[in-house]
Design a protein around this ligand. Structure first.
Ligand code: SF4
Length: 308
């Protein structure tokens, strides 16, 4: 079932803007992470093992942009997605050089920059705002995961909700769109807390959300705890129910970059249903078709698509 009949997806947002399909091209730009190198913390977030989500790619950025564009046949236009680690964690000149190398590549129409909420100085926001003013599609993707400081401490995030709210305020003041990454099912959290997290996150003025279920990936701190039976994961049905409720709570103008996620074998330890996101996407779409689409619980409901 087609998700964007019920959800304002990133694909739909981009098709409306560019008149055709636009693909996100994941890049590994050689950044590190302050929650791993000791600047903020060591060991990283407990759910994180970066290699599980993105191929570690040592080839130069230009080659990644070229080969990625050739590999992906499904679209002609791309967003350069700085995905691995903390993609604002470097001197401004280095960031500028990388972002502009990507933006000047053939068929690249914008940037998505993934980072931590406590690692976005004003100068970086000014840089991104400038690209947006020049017509590029720009998204700052901030890992928040939960709006509960207690949970963030439990998974060793190294920041609280207030850092996220502060960065949102500064990004909004510059008209830089922010997409918040949220995890459903973090240790010790209930489904109700996931809904509260979304309400608090929306109240900051985010323009995008990216949801995924808690996944256990090889090499992460949680993988060890899972092996000791010390981690409970949401069932497939529980995740679908919470994700659909979150979508209904979210006003139609907010863009969902993702409502489910997957991890590659052999990195994924559990849950087994996360080998693909398609099954969860379909089940969420069915739930939304039955019980109301995005924004059904708000004053700004999503209007069904008439285009394709
Ligand atoms: S999730 Fe992001 S902030 Fe956390 S350890 Fe991994 S790269 Fe660092």
């Amino acid at each position: 079932m087609q998700l964007d009949r019920y959800v304002h997806t990133l694909g739909l947002h981009l098709r409306r803007r560019f008149g055709e399909r636009v693909h996100k091209l994941p890049l590994h730009a050689g950044f590190t992470c302050p929650n791993r190198d000791g600047t903020i913390g060591r060991g990283g977030c407990h759910f994180c093992h970066v290699g599980a989500f993105s191929e570690e790619n040592d080839s130069p950025l230009a080659d990644q942009l070229l080969s990625g564009g050739e590999r992906i046949q499904r679209a002609r236009l791309y967003l350069a997605y700085f995905q691995s680690y903390t993609n604002t964690y470097a001197e401004l000149d280095r960031l500028r050089a990388m972002y502009e190398q990507a933006l000047s590549s053939r068929n690249v129409v914008g940037l998505c920059v993934g980072t931590r909420p406590d690692c976005v100085p004003d100068a970086v926001l000014d840089l991104l705002a400038g690209y947006r003013q020049n017509g590029a599609e720009v998204w700052l993707e901030l890992g928040l995961q939960s709006a509960f400081d207690e949970t963030l401490r439990r998974v060793n995030r190294g920041h609280g909700f207030s850092e996220f709210a502060d960065t949102l305020r500064r990004a909004n003041a510059r008209d830089v769109p922010v997409c918040a990454h949220l995890i459903v099912g973090l240790p010790g959290e209930t489904a109700e807390q996931s809904l509260v997290t979304v309400e608090r996150t929306l109240a900051t003025g985010v323009r995008g959300l990216k949801l995924h279920p808690l996944m256990i990936v090889r090499g992460s701190h949680l993988a060890k705890a899972y092996a000791r039976n010390a981690v409970a994961l949401p069932s497939f049905q529980d995740y679908v129910t919470v994700a659909a409720d979150i979508v209904r709570l979210t006003p139609a103008p907010v863009v969902f970059h993702r409502v489910a996620a997957s991890a590659r074998a052999p990195s994924l330890v559990a849950p087994e249903w996360c080998h693909t996101a398609q099954t969860a996407n379909n089940a969420i779409a069915h739930n939304l078709a039955r019980n109301g689409a995005q924004g059904a619980l708000t004053d700004e409901p999503f209007l069904p698509l008439t285009e394709n």
